[in-house]
Write a protein that binds this ligand. Structure first.
Ligand code: ADP
Ligand code: MG
Length: 251
């Protein structure tokens, strides 16, 4: 089953055309990585998929249901009210963690299930503790984000995203803000999720990680998909742009 389908996405900011024509689909249990130079539009694709930005044209489909149709060359979104049920289909993990600084770890995780899904406090806390345990953060439930390392904060944001039991998780350079020694603990968690067949799109510069984990990799440049394939295909491509890009990252 296709969890997410994006067809002919286009997006401009004022006069700048950032996404020129992107189509992709992610099947249940699949890991898709997106690589490519800075400014190529990777974050914008994720932000449009998570409906933090609206596409100008193109279709957005979750689980076969249209969030946005393409009519006369323009995206038409379904009503706000109808869109509400789409928000639980996906979770987004940002580069800079984006935790609520004035909430404890536990409250960061239980807030959305309680407000969005109307889960009881008790049930939300039980679910949160299962996730914290899984991510090795049980003893941090009452800590505030500033009391945690970057790696711990990022694991809390992964727990927060998982708390809504999404069908797909989006990661936007989840380790770019971390020191190398903290990167590993976050990549390990994402690897675990992949083993459990969590459906994911991961924007990353961690080439070895992308190679190991992904079912498919997309190379984006200038708002377009320049190359797409299995890790084997991407890492043995004759396309010099892709080769040069991958070559810049020590493997
Ligand atoms: P990437 O994640 O691949 O580095 P982005 O999607 O962040 O690329 O950005 C693609 C282009 O869109 C860049 O030129 C960036 O400056 C521009 N851009 C992104 N978001 C905005 C915005 N909200 N307003 C104006 N320009 C933006
Ligand atoms: Mg980005």
């Amino acid at each position: 089953m296709k969890i997410l389908e994006i067809n002919h996405m286009k997006k401009s900011f004022d006069d700048l055309e950032v996404i020129k024509d992107i189509s992709l689909a992610v099947n249940e249990g699949e890991v898709l990585s997106i690589i490519g130079p800075s400014g190529s539009g990777k974050s914008t694709v994720l932000r449009c998929a998570a409906m933090l930005e609206k596409m100008d044209s193109g279709e957005l489909i979750y689980l076969g249901e249209y969030a946005a149709h393409n009519t006369e060359g323009k995206s038409t979104y379904i009503s706000k009210k109808e869109l509400r049920r789409f928000h639980k289909y996906y979770g987004l993990v940002f580069q800079n963690f984006n935790l609520f600084p004035h909430y404890t770890v536990l409250k960061n995780i239980t807030d959305a299930p309680m407000t969005v899904e109307k889960v009881s406090k008790k049930a939300a806390e039980e679910r949160a503790m299962v996730l914290l345990k899984k991510l090795g953060l049980e003893d941090k439930r009452d800590a505030y984000p500033y009391q945690l390392s970057g790696g711990q904060q990022q694991r809390v944001s992964i727990a927060r995203a998982l708390a809504l039991q999404p069908k797909i998780l989006f990661f936007d350079e989840p380790t770019s803000a971390l020191d190398p020694e903290l990167t590993g603990e976050v990549l390990k968690v994402i690897k675990e999720l992949a083993k459990e067949k969590m459906t994911m799109i991961i924007v990353t510069h961690e080439m070895q990680f992308a190679k190991e984990l992904s079912d498919r990799i997309i190379f984006m440049e200038n708002g377009r998909i320049q190359e797409e394939g299995t890790p084997e295909q991407l890492f043995s491509t004759e396309n010099t742009r892709v080769k040069d890009f991958i070559g810049k990252f020590a493997m």
